[in-house]
Design a protein around this ligand. Structure first.
Ligand code: ATP
Ligand code: MG
Length: 140
């Protein structure tokens, strides 16, 4: 059974014109795009998405950054999608990201790190439902 994950091309990468190159990496790695939408999000929407991080010292800065410009929301599908996307993304801090990963190629800092990917099945379900309605996720 293929698995789905929620991914975001973050405002830093969209703003620098890297969205197409990141989508190409995702495509090359064998993911199918189930749903995709470019939009801007409000600070409140970012706070709801990152609610699990609300006690972290970077919460205010992170949610300001995520609401600073357009981003691209995606639901991606393949076998082992959650773990495979995390591997393709690389470490949270691009300074520690492996060669060939999206963050190594396109991220600029631990905060402005180009891409998000869900970290578990439960978070993938929450994050997908946060941004997409059921009718948008019908298998094409
Ligand atoms: P993501 O959840 O975006 O896929 P992640 O799981 O690798 O990334 P988390 O620990 O969940 O990292 O942190 C969520 C996001 O918060 C990071 O992607 C990054 O944008 C930001 N962040 C994490 N740690 C820091 C930090 N120390 N300083 C500033 N921003 C941070
Ligand atoms: Mg995370």
């Amino acid at each position: 059974m293929p698995q789905r994950t929620l991914s975001i091309i973050k405002p830093d990468a969209v703003g620098k014109g890297f969205a197409g190159a990141i989508l190409a990496e995702i495509n090359k790695a064998g993911f199918r795009i189930v749903a995709i939408r470019k939009q801007s999000i409000s600070k409140r929407e970012a706070e709801g998405f990152y609610a699990v991080h609300h006690e972290r010292p970077f919460f205010d800065s992170l949610t300001t950054f995520m609401s600073s410009g357009p981003l691209i929301l995606m639901v991606l599908e393949k076998d082992n999608a959650i773990a495979d996307l995390r591997r393709l993304m690389g470490a949270t801090n691009p300074a520690n990201a492996e060669e060939g990963t999206i963050r190594k190629k396109f991220a600029s800092s631990i905060q402005e790190n180009a891409i998000h990917g869900s970290d578990a099945e439960e978070t993938a379900a929450f994050e997908t439902g946060y941004w997409f309605a059921g009718y948008e996720l019908i298998q094409g």
